[in-house]
Design a protein. Sequence first.
Length: 265
Amino acid sequence: MRFEKQLFRKVGKAVHDFSMIRPDDRIAVGVSGGKDSLALLDALLHLRDHAPISFQVEAFTVEQGKFVRPIEPLRSEMDARGVRWTYERDEASFQLLEDEPRHGCDVCSRYRRRAVYDIAHRLGANVVALGHTADDFCEALLRNSMFTGRLAALPATTSSRSGDFRLIRPLVYVSEEITAGYCAEVGLPLTPCVCSFKTGTVRESLRTFLGTLRQSNPNVMDNLLAAMGRVDHTRLLDRRFLDTGSDAVSTDSRDLLPILAEETL
Ligand code: SF4
């Protein structure tokens, strides 16, 4: 069980590094039917059974009409684990599919988020665990840098906007190679969503780009993750974190302005 060991170790480290779980937490795990969220659920169940603190874990799935086949067979897996599974069809998402069949990820994820919070509320959860992996963190870093002009990835631990939930991403150190390997090892049935076959997206381009780089340097993703945890703000351009000697600049800048103006003519 090579992948199981890696999965459990890396999730344990993330939970510890980012103080993700606290005593008496009630954690709702969003299970999408894909390899990542199923691996996440198993890792949290393992942690629940071995951690020195007590917390609860349960699973839920939001049906948005995008699974390639019925996800109901997952119920036997949940029963085998003794975990309560709430499976709900989100009527608003189905309406969206009818009204705007070509809607983008921004709208889709907004609908999902609303449904997730609604279910988590009803479950009495105070924590929602999300299945974003190390791959997602690396892609988000590149996407934000190149397409939104922001040096940011995803928060490992944060609060929902309303403050009602702690949102945690315990797979931050886990690559999709590990989640895929784990699900194959354990024989978990996967139910992909139609979007996993989408081509020509920014996400797909970034995946291909990272995949190509990894062929010559297998550590590319580990290095990107390490970089997110070791920011050298003196070598970036965000003046909020730089001592630019503002007094000196404000005096000198008057002298500099005509020179700069001339240079731009
Ligand atoms: S990839 Fe598909 S399921 Fe995921 S947010 Fe985008 S539209 Fe929704």
